[in-house]
Design a protein around this ligand. Structure first.
Ligand SMILES: *Cc1c(COP(=O)(O)O)cnc(C)c1O
Length: 391
């Protein structure tokens, strides 16, 4: 215990207190299990936070990252590197997009999409068509612009003034969408499944309507797949589940297996909106991160991998629904929200931590984002801990 307290005390002395943290000091990880400073093990049903898509320290991923670090760790984006070119080609071929932009996080990926949408519209139609519709209960990031885009009032405090030009529409309310999608709007931005908002899926009919109206009015669609993307739902992009491809799609969290990356994918229509000097990022496309990303793409694109993700998701869902305390289960694939009848999600997560299982919350729900590579053995171990707590 002593070592733990030392670290926590030192950390809190020198690091700003912007998170409500648990009193656990993580030390190492292997496969789907993390180990703290005291040697206590935790099965991780959260993949860090949707980031460690191949679990902890996957062999091929470690090898890819280490050999890239030995070769070249970074260079200015005024030069080219092969690993960036290879990653971009692989990602575009996987998703069917024309081009991509490299950033370092989900917020940066979304910021990029917002800038592209506004410039696309400005280039074509001039001023006054800069508004972007986002959904109530959405989450798009922590920068001032992406906070402004986020459709939750709790995030719109302290940091005034926020960025203008975001209009909120109620998720799944087609009338509200029709009423607000006027000729001041250049884009509609949405998560197919609102992650932080409580693992809330959009209705197929609502998504269909977004794409129909946007196509009619030359308004861009922006799918924030920072959480739903990279195989999480059993398809590479959650949009495939809905049968739609947005003009712009953003990816981050799990894309490079736990090292920072964020990309904005663009189809032909808006792939060449940026010209030299209009956007950039010092670390965007960091070679080590691209090497990690290539290892993730190789694994996720391997034969039968995504079908397995879907199957594991169904398996977890079916088992959760057998627990009397579980009211309902939402989400797709390995993105799972659990609504409880009487217990508080935060209390369950705390108890699970004590019992050796890492869980997440999303609003009033318990949220599961297990590594895509999780085995049935580990799933069963985790589920039995959940059962013990809920029964
Ligand atoms: C996590 C998340 C973000 C923000 O990503 P960061 O990497 O923290 O900037 C944006 N959108 C969605 C849907 C997310 O889940």
């Amino acid at each position: 215990m002593a070592a733990n307290n030392d670290t926590i005390e030192q950390f809190n002395k020198y690091v700003m207190h912007s998170y409500g943290r648990y009193d656990v000091v993580m030390d190492k990880g292997e496969h789907e299990t993390a180990t703290d400073e005291n040697g206590k093990e935790y099965i991780d049903f959260g993949s860090g936070i949707g980031t460690n898509s191949l679990g902890y320290c996957n062999d091929e991923w470690v090898e890819a990252i280490c050999s890239q670090a030995h070769k070249i760790q970074h260079t200015s984006n005024y030069y080219y590197t092969k690993v960036q070119a290879d990653f971009a080609k692989e990602l575009c071929e996987t998703t069917g997009y024309s081009k991509m932009f490299f950033g370092n996080s989900g917020a940066e990926a979304n910021e990029c999409a917002i800038k592209i949408a506004r410039k696309y519209s400005f280039d074509k139609y001039g001023k006054g068509r800069h508004n972007i519709i986002t959904l109530v209960n959405s989450f798009h990031g922590r920068t001032l612009c992406t906070l402004s885009a986020t459709g939750q009032d709790v995030f719109h405090n302290y940091f005034f003034p926020f960025v203008d030009g975001f209009i909120n529409v109620e998720a799944n309310n087609i009338d509200d969408l029709r009423a607000k999608l006027d000729d001041t709007v250049c884009a509609v931005m949405f998560e197919y499944i609102q992650g932080e908002g409580g693992v809330m899926q959009l209705d197929q009919a609502f998504v269909d309507e977004i794409f129909k109206l946007c196509a009619e009015k030359d308004v861009l669609t922006i799918a924030d797949e920072v959480q739903t993307g990279v195989g999480r739902t059993g398809k590479f992009l959650c949009g495939e589940k809905y049968g739609h491809k947005a003009d712009l799609t953003t990816l981050a969290k799990g894309l490079a297996g736990g090292v920072p990356i964020g990309v904005c994918l663009a189809d032909e229509k808006c792939a060449d909106v940026f010209t030299p000097g209009t956007h950039g990022s010092t670390f965007g496309g960091n070679p080590i991160c691209c090497a990690g990303g290539l290892a993730v793409l190789k694994e996720v694109n391997s034969n039968g991998f995504l079908e397995e993700v879907a199957k594991k998701g169904d398996y977890i869902r079916n088992n959760l629904l057998k627990i009397p305390e579980v009211e309902s289960v939402s989400g797709i694939g390995l993105m799972i929200g659990v609504k409880l009848k009487t217990k508080k999600a935060a209390d369950v997560v705390k108890k699970a931590l004590e019992n050796g299982l890492l869980l997440l919350t999303a609003k009033e729900k318990v949220r599961l984002l297990p590594p895509l590579t999780i085995t049935y053995e580990e799933i069963d171990k985790g589920l039995s801990i959940i059962k013990d707590i809920l029964n």
